[in-house]
Design a protein around this ligand. Structure first.
Ligand code: PRX
Length: 641
């Protein structure tokens, strides 16, 4: 019998899910017939509005679109109050476990109390509607409380991933002009406290807008203290009142700013607004993960990324679900830690990234086998294309060959899922995100903007959770996303369409890397490298990596008088780690005498990727110096010896 390639195998939706799924057959047709009508119905069903909106979409000032015009609402009211007032009052909202085994459970009633108190505490520190608040926090319930408290006041938050360096934190605080920083003393990593506040203190040496720093006592490590600036979370909470009237926010008011890497050295502050975001994140989670009241939902993303915002915190809470969150490493004390917790908490919906799946796969099946994972009904994947082998392993060993895998394609800028299967409807194929979500219009186009089966992924019409602008730089917003293909949003990804019409996202086509599902700009790493006195020039590429998807590989030209050595490699790697954060540290640094450049001076990273991945070197005819490739290849080969 002919063997069917993994990516051609078809997995039909399980009958038990189809029978009772939230998304019923016909949903695509319905949304296609009346796209705005679909979003209108979602907005009415899923959001509690203080004042109804007048109109669904305003597109007269494209690409500055507005959704749910003149509607008034509050996100913390939707995530907490409405459940705390209902028969979900005593339902678990958050179940949390720390690496060292500390457990916390907050019901909706309890969460409501905490959020109100912390909103009062922040107001007491001078935070008002419109002020920015920076968060540099571990995955602890207080982080969720802090995010919700900001939304209650109407103060946009800006979270910075705890793995980012003090310099990265400082730049983000200064770019958005945050008034308050919320952080923690530390958190545990492989049993040892990681000194988060120490990093925060370093960042705050040069952040003129910061007035106060709120510190959660979490790991119990010693911290330095700046009198007049620093306050303990538990102290301000003890003094805070129990109720804070939620601010009636306009649908288009800013909800949060989240920095992400682009094609220049400076990260972009992606601005999300309130109404459209709350509609689309709920609608997508409800249908894609088929959220039911009895679910225990676990998304493993860190709250410092968009997945953590939309699908750890806001969507599950707005839907009144029970979420589980874990702060710690995935193999502490042993490699079955995740499955141990999935079993103990009865996790029924599990959402993680391909890089984690490939790590679990490398460790072997004995770890998930030790645990009863039969409660799992739906699985999810996000962050990068999932390779069919990892898909199959996830399907068989975590999902027990019965839980469908939702491969969700989206971005920091899209705010919510855009291309994804629906668990009761879509036949799956390993490695494809399949179809656009109902009410979302995407296409694949060629250089000239014509629909094609292979080419650039674009979004053809506005969507509710879309990026509104780049903080402080509306021109960059227009240039970055809307210039290349006119009225279409260009996502920066390449894609192809198969014979079932499914979309296969193949990865970035711009100068952005995807390392373990985290976005990094080649220009960010390059500018960190050229800060070192020895470095004249550098070119950074993403090199295929079995676990991380891509690893950072840097080609470096040294200034006259410097010689490449292992010490210098170590020094450069360390510098990038300090400058950006450990995730940006290059795995490979290759010293070279030249870089492949076009006559206009643009570095041809494609050719460097060919060298690094051991392929025949592609078309080099546009190079200013076609001979350069041979020398670079020889230098790369020298490094391998
Ligand atoms: O290249 C795509 C990849 O991740 C990029 C977005 O990164 P970020 O804004 O950090 O958001 C990650 C979490 C939503 C995309 O441009 N990507 C994300 N999900 C997928 C993916 N590539 C293929 N398949 C996916 N499911």
């Amino acid at each position: 019998m002919e063997k069917i390639a993994l990516e051609d195998r078809i997995f039909n939706p399980p009958a038990d899910i189809t029978e009772q799924a939230n998304a019923k057959a016909g949903i695509y047709e319905l949304a296609k017939k009346d796209r705005l009508g679909f979003w209108d119905a979602q907005a009415k069903e899923l959001v509690t509005w203080f004042k109804p909106y007048d109109k669904v979409l305003e597109d007269s000032n494209a690409p500055f679109f507005k959704w749910f015009i003149n509607g008034k609402l509050n996100v913390s009211y939707n995530c907490v109050d409405r459940h705390a007032k209902s028969n979900r009052h005593n339902k678990a909202a958050i179940m949390y476990e720390s690496e060292i085994g500390k457990k916390v459970c907050l019901t909706y009633g309890m969460l409501s109390r905490e959020v109100n108190k912390f909103a009062n505490a922040l107001a007491g520190l001078g935070v008002k509607k419109g002020d920015r608040v920076a968060l540099y926090m571990p995955m602890i319930p207080e982080a969720v409380v802090a995010m919700l408290a900001c939304t209650r006041i109407g103060a946009p938050h800006s979270l910075v991933f705890g793995g980012f360096s003090p310099e990265s934190l400082r730049d983000r605080i200064n770019d958005c002009g945050a008034k308050v920083l919320i952080t923690a003393d530390g958190n545990f990593r492989r049993g040892n406290p990681f000194p988060l506040k120490q990093n925060g203190d370093k960042a705050l040496e040069d952040t003129p807008t910061i007035e106060k720093c709120v510190v959660v006592k979490n790991a119990g490590n010693d911290v330095a203290w700046v009198e007049g600036r620093d306050v303990w979370y538990h102290d301000v909470m003890a003094a805070a009142g129990n109720y804070y009237e939620p601010e009636a926010m306009d649908s288009e008011d800013v909800l949060f700013i989240l920095y992400t890497s682009g094609t220049t050295g400076k990260p972009k502050g992606v601005v999300h607004s309130t109404g459209g975001y709350l509609v689309q994140i709920q609608s997508t989670l409800k249908y894609v993960f088929d959220i039911k009241d009895e679910d225990v939902y676990w998304c493993t993303a860190d709250i410092g990324w968009i997945t953590g915002h939309s699908y750890v915190v806001y969507a599950p809470l707005a839907l009144g679900a029970t979420l589980f969150m874990y702060d710690g490493t995935i193999d502490y004390p042993d490699k079955d830690r995740m499955w141990d917790m999935a079993e103990r908490y009865g996790v029924s919906k599990f959402y993680t990234a391909p890089t984690a799946i490939r790590t679990f796969m490398k460790w072997g099946t004995e770890y998930p086998k030790k645990h009863d994972l039969s409660a799992i009904k739906v699985l999810g994947s996000v962050g990068e294309p999932i390779n069919p082998e990892a898909w199959m392993w996830y399907y068989e060993h975590i999902g027990g060959s019965k839980a469908p895998i939702m491969d969700t394609w989206w971005q920091t800028e899209t705010g919510a899922f855009m291309i994804t299967p629906l668990p009761g409807i879509t036949p799956l194929k390993p490695g494809t995100a399949t179809n656009p979500f109902p009410g979302i219009e995407v296409d694949i186009i060629d250089e000239n903007g014509n629909s094609a089966d292979v080419g650039y992924l674009v979004i053809k019409s506005a969507w509710p959770a879309m990026i509104r602008t780049i903080f402080g730089d509306p021109d960059r917003y227009v240039d970055q996303y809307w210039k290349r293909f006119g009225k279409y949003y260009f996502a920066g990804d390449g894609a192809k369409r198969d014979n079932m019409g499914y979309i296969w996202v193949t990865g970035r086509v711009d100068d952005v890397l995807n390392v373990s599902g985290h976005r990094l700009g080649t220009a960010e790493v390059e500018s960190a490298l050229v800060e070192c006195p020895e470095v004249a020039e550098s070119a950074v590429i993403g090199k295929k990596h079995d676990i991380k998807g891509e690893s950072v590989c840097a080609f470096v030209i040294l200034k006259e008088g410097f010689k490449g050595s292992q010490e210098l490699i170590d020094k450069l790697r360390k510098h990038v780690g300090v400058k950006i954060g450990p995730i940006a540290r290059p795995d490979d640094i290759i010293f070279t005498a030249e870089l492949p450049k076009t006559r206009s001076g643009k570095i041809m990273r494609r050719l460097l990727r060919d060298i690094a991945e051991g392929r025949a070197i592609g078309d080099a005819t546009t190079l200013a110096d076609p001979g350069a490739m041979k020398d670079i290849a020889a230098q790369y080969a020298g490094k391998e010896d």
